[in-house]
Design a binder for this molecule. Structure first.
Ligand code: NI
Length: 168
């Protein structure tokens, strides 16, 4: 397994719309394991393939205390179960250091395939519902900063670009 580099805003590759996965081969299993390891290494609760420059519809999450219950979502989609907007302070490994209040649907039903292509459904609320919507956004080239005012978004962009330049 390997820890993969994470793309950071405003990297234009984060705007790529990911393709559906049709083959459940060994290469995909390796990609899934690498993403799970990367998520643990970076202390994230979720990671979308887009963030590691792999532009297929794959998301991993883990909400367990012990960090040993990964959930793999392939070609995930969701239906809103509760339209009531829920405010949550979100972070993103691609927008490091920023935690912003964002409104999303409070409850969603996610439908996806598991790592072997078997379909499953889950009803989610709280953090998991937020995470499902946040990660599926990534697969569509959307980021949490898109929900903020242009002023706030630009401020974050400038700060991150500065930090990226320093590291380069
Ligand atoms: Ni994110």
């Amino acid at each position: 397994m390997a820890v993969l580099p994470i793309l950071e805003y405003p990297d234009p590759r984060l705007r790529t719309v990911a393709e559906p996965i049709t083959e459940f081969n060994d290469a995909l299993q390796t990609q899934i394991d690498d993403m799970i390891e990367t998520m643990y290494e970076e202390n994230g609760v979720g990671l979308a393939a887009t963030q590691v420059d792999f532009h297929y519809r794959l998301v991993v999450m883990d909400f367990s205390e012990e960090r040993n219950e990964p959930i793999v979502f392939i070609n995930p989609e969701f239906d809103v179960l509760d339209e009531e907007p829920n405010e949550f302070q979100e972070g993103c490994l691609s927008v490091p250091g920023f935690y912003e209040h964002i409104y999303r649907a409070a409850k969603v039903r996610v439908k996806a395939l598991d790592r072997h292509g078997k379909p499953f459904e889950m009803d989610t609320d709280e953090l998991m519902a937020v995470c499902v919507q946040h990660e599926i956004d990534h697969l569509d080239g959307k980021l949490m900063v898109d929900y903020l005012s242009p002023l706030k978004r630009n401020r974050i962009k400038t700060k991150l670009q500065k930090a990226q330049k320093k590291r380069a």
